[in-house]
Design a protein around this ligand. Sequence first.
Ligand code: NAP
Length: 315
Amino acid sequence: MTEKVTIIGSGPAGFTAAIYAARANLEPLILEGFQAGGIPGGQLMTTTEVENYPGFPDGGISGPDLMQKFRAQALEFGTRSFQEDVTEVDLSSGPFKVKTTEREVETHSVIISTGATARRLHVPGEETLWNRGMSACAVCDGALPIFRDKELVVIGGGDSAVEEATFLTKFASKVYMIHRRDELRASKIMQERALSNDKIEIVWDSALVDAEGEDLVTGARISNVKTGEESTLSCGGIFYAIGHDPNTGFLSGQLDTDEQGYLVVNPGRTDTSVDGVFACGDVVDKIYRQAITAAGTGCAAALDAERWLAEKGLE
Ligand code: NAP
C-alpha cells in the first residue's frame, strides 16, 4: 500500500499536520520517532509548565500533557502512528521511500517535522539539574516561579543569548551572560540592547564548567578561558542559548538546506526543494521556535500536501 501522506516527527508541527491531514481524509501515517530527537513528542516533552500556548488559562499546562493532547486529537481522527526512528529516506523519485528501524513505507507525499535539538554543554550537574533550574529555552521556562527575583545565568553570546537574557530581566534580579570570547556574536542592535540593560552583566572569556545545586540550581561554576581561573556565580537558574541543530541527518542531503542546516522552503510556504515533500516546525525555523508557530506551519504543511495530492490526482 502506498501512503498518501507520511509525517516524520511528532512535536506540535507533526501532530498538527496529522490532525489536519486526518480531517481531510488522507489517513496520514505519523512516524513519531523514538530516540532520534530525544523522546517522541519533541522538545515540549522536556519542558515543565507551558504558559504561553493559547487556550490554557489558569496556570497553563505541562509540556508532556500538551503533547498528549495533540497526539490524542490526531489519533481520534484516524492518524496511524509508529514510534520508530526514521533511519533513511529515498526522495529521488515518487512514490518516496521512508525506512524506519522496523519497516519501509512507500508514500506519495512526505511532511518533515523533525524539529531541532537545543545544544547542551553536558556539564556534570546537567544530569540531575536539567529542568530543575537548567533549561535551553528562557522564553518557555523563564517566567516560572523558581526563577523570580533570582540571579540567573545565560550561556552564549549570539542573538538568542541576548534575547533570552533580556527576556529574563523581567523576572530576575540580575542576569549574567557567560560568553566564551571577548566580543558578542549577536547583531549590533542586540549587542546594544544587552550592553545598555542595567540588569545584564556580561562575563567575558568564560565557560561553564558545572552546575551546582542539589534539588535546584544554586550556582554556576565557571572558568576563565584565558587564565584558567575558576569561580562560582551564585544563581537560581542556568539557561543555554548556544544554538540549535536541526534534526536532518536522516535526509542525507537530499533536500536543500541553508548554511546552518535548516531545511529551505519557499518563503511563506512549506514546499521544499523536492516536489511532494513539505517541511514545517523548527526544522525550518531558526527564528521563532515556539510550539504555537510550529503548530501553525504544521497546519500549513498539511494543507499544502492536500492541495498537492489533489493536483496530482493522488487523493
Ligand atoms: P548563534 O548565532 O549560533 O550563537 C550561538 C552562541 O553560542 C555564540 O555566541 C557561540 O559562541 C555560543 N556557543 C556555541 N557553542 C558553544 C559552546 N560549546 N560553548 C560556549 N558557547 C557556545 O545561535 P543563536 O543565537 O541561537 O542564533 C541563531 C540564529 O537565529 C542567528 O542567525 C540569529 O541571528 C537568529 N536569531 C535572531 C534573533 C533576533 O534577531 N531577534 C533572535 C534569536 C536568534 P561564539 O560566538 O564564540 O561562536
